[in-house]
Design a protein around this ligand. Structure first.
Ligand SMILES: Nc1ncnc2c1ncn2[C@@H]1O[C@H](COP(=O)(O)OP(=O)(O)OP(=O)(O)O)[C@@H](O)[C@H]1O
Ligand SMILES: [Mg+2]
Length: 509
């Protein structure tokens, strides 16, 4: 007798009453739901709701405290990720697991290397397969490039390729789209739909409700570690999902009112700034107390421009003027002395220190304020940390927790607190709400707004058009290393931004 071939819709994984505690704090409480073959299941919930923890249990990184997992009808133990992989479960983690000193293809095949009969590595074959995979993802990165040289979006694609190489039956993607924009997200979705046709089941974590609606068949909502609902996506709208996540029915407007007219004083004036091969004659100004947006596609040079102003990149031409005086900023410490702050888009690589706790991360740059002679005033540090914890509702069991144990969104809030603690007069925010849930986003927007009303100039780089449109009084658009447009008032809309970002409109300004 041949085994019955499974059909689309069969249950492949049952999650049964899963519970998990850390130091007596329940982060998953009796969570049960089923996954069917060939479906895309959205998994959504506020920062710290327990999404990544659940995924870590399914992939063998954590053992559940209680409950069980059933794969194709039989109970399984998944004590480590190798077992998970053997069972056909693979994952694109929220925080990358790539080795910077290895090349792209070496990372893709790490732990799964192809070998020749002689036992030597079959490098040509691995290079060829890696190149094919990246081409399918339409990601133009060379397989021999070092991972350390890749952008965050490119690193993400390497993680995805790595997971796809394993021919998984269940593919789990923890916020894969946060670092991608426009056509990259579309490519990812096309790929997901294709995998689905092949019978692969996908768990897709995202804070973007529109994405859940666009690509998922069903959606599971977690709140405070508890399962709230499992719905067919066609039966719920974005607001329904948000309500279930937040557990409140009042749903105030997400963006605060725009600041009418910022002061005319120019605090930062950049003239003809160029970096060979990256930036071409960029001139723009930032005024006191304004929220200035920088839009453009990934790779358009927005981050490089911010890094140049912060002294993280060498400038080949042009000048940076602060309050009318030309300055030469050669390193970030000098920028901090000029009261400049820069929240990098690469939170993990250039931001937080995983092994440090909350106060250590928050006062990393502003530590001088807390010194009493040779000692750190721990009380002052703890009080200040508590203020940030309250302002941003940072979910952490205690201040003593190392950042690696905080959820992704909560790490981002700690990172933002660090820059606020330096009392900047100009704050550059590169993708400030990456990984932040819908309701916390609102709080961060309010906060940026408050900063601006206190006279702090906020330079916001964002790939989320909605964010730039909702928040900024003026928006510069970049394309391939040049500024192509400056939009104000009613001109700040999706269409105009995309016209300038893609080159339909505008030449260098
Ligand atoms: N190893 C750990 N030790 C202690 N606490 C932990 C550990 N791992 C996770 N937590 C806690 O469990 C809770 C849930 O975290 P989790 O990472 O699952 O959230 P999440 O839903 O993925 O959030 P986000 O949207 O921010 O990524 C958080 O409060 C977090 O601090
Ligand atoms: Mg998470």
């Amino acid at each position: 007798m041949t085994a019955k071939k499974s059909e689309v819709g069969d249950i492949i994984l049952s999650i049964r009453s899963i519970t998990k505690e850390f130091d007596g704090v329940k982060v998953l409480d009796n969570v049960s739901f089923d996954l069917r073959r060939g479906e895309i299941m959205g998994l959504i919930g506020e920062n710290g709701a327990g999404k990544s923890t659940l995924i870590k249990i399914i992939t063998g990184i954590y053992l559940p405290g209680g409950g069980s997992l059933e794969l194709n009808g039989s109970q399984v133990q998944i004590p480590d990720y190798i077992t998970a992989r053997k069972l056909g479960i693979s994952t694109v983690p929220q925080e990358f697991n790539l080795i910077n000193t290895l090349t792209v293809y070496e990372n893709i095949f790490l732990g799964n290397e192809f070998r020749l009969k002689s036992g030597l590595l079959d490098k040509p074959r691995m290079r060829e397969l890696a190149a094919k995979q990246l081409e399918e993802l339409r990601m133009p990165v060379g397989v021999n490039q070092l991972v350390s040289r890749l952008s965050v979006a490119e690193k993400q694609m390497v993680e995805i390729s790595k997971a796809l190489m394993l021919h998984a039956k269940l593919l789990i993607m923890d916020e894969p789209s946060t670092t991608l924009t426009g056509h990259e997200v579309e490519t990812l979705f096309a790929l997901m739909r294709n995998l689905k046709k092949q019978g692969v089941t996908i768990i897709f974590v995202s804070h973007k409700l529109g994405e859940i609606k666009a690509v998922c068949d069903r959606v599971t909502v977690l709140r405070d570690g508890k399962l709230i609902s499992v719905d067919e996506v066609s039966t719920v709208n974005e607001e329904d999902i948000a309500r279930k996540m937040i557990g409140r029915t009042d749903f105030s407007q997400i963006f605060p009112a725009k600041i009418d007219r910022p002061a005319d004083t120019v605090v930062l004036d950049v003239k003809d700034l160029s970096i060979k091969g990256l930036l071409k004659n960029i001139s723009f100004s930032l005024r006191k107390g304004e929220i200035l947006g920088f839009a453009g596609l990934v790779g358009s040079g927005r981050t490089e421009l911010a890094e140049a102003v912060m002294g993280l990149r060498q400038i080949n031409g042009g000048s940076v003027n602060l309050e009318g005086k030309q300055v030469q900023i050669k390193k970030p410490a000098a920028a901090v002395n000029y009261s400049l702050g820069y929240l990098s888009e690469d939170r993990q690589g250039k931001g937080i220190v995983q092994g440090f706790n909350l106060p250590q991360n928050i006062t990393l740059i502003s530590l001088k304020q807390y010194l009493k002679g040779l000692f750190i005033n721990k009380k002052a540090e703890a009080d200040k940390t508590e203020e940030y914890v309250k302002t941003f509702r940072i979910a952490a069991a205690s201040q003593k927790m190392a950042l690696r144990y905080l959820s992704g969104g909560n790490q981002q809030k700690v990172y933002l607190s660090r820059w606020l603690d330096t009392n900047p007069s100009i704050l550059i925010l590169d993708e400030p709400t990456r990984g932040i849930d819908v309701s916390a986003k609102h709080e961060i927007y309010e906060f940026i707004h408050q900063l601006a009303s206190r006279g702090i100039s906020c330079w916001v780089i964002s790939s989320e058009l909605e964010e730039v449109i909702g928040l900024c009084g003026r928006v510069y658009v970049m394309r391939e290393g040049s500024l192509t447009g400056c939009l104000e008032g009613a001109h700040i809309n999706e269409e105009e931004i995309m016209f300038y970002a893609t080159g339909i409109k505008g030449s260098q300004v």
